[in-house]
Design a protein around this ligand. Structure first.
Ligand code: NAD
Length: 260
């Protein structure tokens, strides 16, 4: 018996086997869920399809979340094929590399709009299309990071996007709670992934995060995946609007104590 037996869910944002979405997929599959995935373009399809098939995915479709027509087409396919869904995990973010490398005070309008569009608005865009498919209530989870609330070196523009994402989580929770839908965010500690490679001096960030955490180490995709599986399951039926940290306790500490 798994905690997601009989549930169908979408996992959006799988790129490769390093993706946080892959940790989520493995945990949800292990717990009995039937899964559907998107991929961004043909290049990623080659990576995503075999991974998705290895967890018996019954839906694997193209989706670029910056395009409303693609969003409509994707969710139409989900409706046609599955009818109803129980959960959706949004694990998508993007910012121009230069926008993260340049001083934050030099942010351009177009870089700002792009980062906020893909990394924050896309959760709202997916949620508004997924909600009508959640007839029995449901659960949505997005991925965020501590840079939403603290000034983390090298995270600048993405921190602003994550702040918008976390606020959106709360307002979606308020709005969709009327329909019995829960909306939460998981704030993961740093994990080496494709997206993370855009963050300036990520190696140092990982070292500092491990040293400043309560457990004295960083977290894995599997740990983020396990917590997400709990949040989309009925075990979390009373939890909504929450930012749930999976960061080995870093956020409660005073930061990197600087001990080598
Ligand atoms: P990743 O590169 O594996 O995943 C990012 C995904 O976003 C990719 O699958 C990519 O295809 C997708 N994406 C980007 N633009 C898209 C678009 N226009 N349409 C559709 N999909 C698009 O990296 P990850 O680290 O697993 O990132 C997943 C989420 O976790 C992101 O929101 C990220 O900010 C968040 N997060 C990551 C870390 C970390 O340290 N890796 C920590 C906390 C939160």
């Amino acid at each position: 018996m798994g905690i997601l037996d009989g549930k169908k869910g979408l996992i959006l944002g799988l790129a490769n086997d390093k993706s946080i979405a892959w940790g989520v997929a493995q945990a949800c599959y292990r717990e009995g869920a039937e899964l559907g995935f998107n991929y961004l373009g043909e290049q990623l399809e080659k990576r995503v399809r075999p991974l998705a098939e290895s967890v018996d995915a019954t839906l694997i479709e193209s989706l670029d979340v910056s395009d409303d027509a693609q969003l409509d087409a994707f969710f139409d396919k989900v409706k046609a094929q599955w009818g109803e869904i129980d959960f959706m995990v949004h694990s998508i973010a993007f910012a121009n590399k230069d926008a993260l490398r340049n001083p934050f005070s030099q942010a351009t309008r177009s870089d700002f709009q792009l980062a906020l569009d893909i990394s924050a608005y896309s959760f709202i865009a997916c949620a508004q299309r997924a909600a009508p498919l959640m007839k029995e209530g449901g659960s949505m989870v997005t991925m965020t990071y501590l840079g939403a609330e603290r000034a983390v070196p090298g995270y600048g523009m993405m921190g602003v996007a994550k702040a918008a994402l976390e606020a959106s989580t709360r307002y979606l929770a308020q709005d969709l709670g009327t329909y019995g839908i829960r909306v939460n965010a998981v704030s993961a500690g740093p994990i080496r992934t494709l997206a993370a490679s855009a963050v300036g001096d990520f190696r140092k960030l990982m070292e500092k995060s491990a040293r400043g955490s309560m457990l004295g180490r960083n977290v894995s995709q599997t740990e983020v995946g396990n917590t997400t599986a709990y949040l989309v399951s009925d075990l979390a039926s009373g939890v909504s609007g929450e930012v749930h940290y999976v960061d080995a306790g870093f956020h409660i500490g005073a930061g990197d104590p600087g001990i080598e």
